[in-house]
Design a protein around this ligand. Structure first.
Ligand code: IPE
Ligand code: IPE
Ligand code: MG
Length: 250
């Protein structure tokens, strides 16, 4: 792709309020360079820094990034351990930068299974950043869409058992309210770098009407140009939500 001048004020561009990103392709990026997979994850962390800056400048309000899935535990213990270390290092090292960018950090996923150090770092990062309001960065870690839905079902079932509600009171709205972060809007756009055409258990409930955009670019190579290309594609989409196009009556 030709290099573009950075222009965050493009009036012709529709910017998603809520964006989801499946940060995939770190391993392939490293392999191409004959580097260990961990080097790819480290480079992926740099891409995340850039994504935060670009999303803030474009005026995105929420960006949910898929950092570790409930299925990623099946990787070699060494890779999992290195990833956990990287999460801790990242939030300790970049907090000042996130503060400068006005980034509030939140986590989505089953935190109870994570090493204590990661849980503590996550709690601190959330606490330190809770009053920032330019951009919310949601890290999906030990996240699985199915697990999130099961978790919501359990909460609702408990209310049924206690008699607080009846099964017929359960609505889509109630399900949404029982997801991990109910105040975060469903993603308008989900970006998947690295060319895979699948959702890999990311935001299953929330993605019902998300626009999807896939790029061959591997996550460590993903920058302003790819983000802009994704927003250009998003701008051209006709979001009908099951209805007709705006202004169309027959
Ligand atoms: C994504 O990159 C990072 C995580 C899943 C933690 P991968 O590690 O899946 O990279 P590829 O898909 O093997 O290239
Ligand atoms: C999805 O990537 C999970 C994250 C990016 C954290 P994977 O590499 O785990 O997905 P699959 O295995 O290609 O579906
Ligand atoms: Mg992958």
């Amino acid at each position: 792709m030709a290099k573009k001048e950075k222009n965050f004020d493009r009036k012709d561009l529709k910017i998603p309020v809520s964006l989801g990103v499946i940060m995939d392709g770190n391993g392939r990026w490293a392999k191409k360079r004959h580097l260990p997979r961990t080097a790819g994850h480290r480079a992926g962390g740099e891409s995340l820094r850039e994504l935060c800056r670009n999303c803030g400048n474009y005026g995105v309000k929420y960006v949910t990034v898929y950092a570790f899935s409930t299925e990623n535990w099946s990787r070699p213990a060494d890779e999992v351990g290195q990833l956990m270390k990287l999460f801790v290092e990242y939030f300790n090292k970049y907090d000042a930068e996130l503060e400068k960018e006005g980034v509030r950090v939140r986590f989505s996923g089953d935190m109870s299974e994570l090493p204590e150090e990661v849980r503590n770092t996550a709690r601190e990062a959330e606490e330190k950043s809770k009053d920032r309001d330019r951009l919310q960065l949601i890290i999906a870690i030990n996240y699985g869409g199915r697990r999130e839905i099961v978790n919501a079902a359990r909460h609702i079932a408990e209310k049924c058992v206690s008699g607080e509600i009846k099964p017929e009171d359960i609505t889509e709205h109630m399900m949404s309210d029982n997801m991990y972060l109910p105040d975060v809007p469903d993603p308008d756009l989900i970006i998947r770098p690295s060319g895979e055409l699948r959702i890999s258990n990311f935001l299953l409930w929330e993605c019902a009407y998300s626009e999807l955009w896939v790029s061959e670019c591997l996550w460590p190579d993903f920058g302003y140009e790819e983000l802009t290309a994704a927003f250009e594609a998003y701008t051209a989409r006709d979001r009908r939500f099951g209805g007709l196009s705006a202004g169309e009556t027959e």
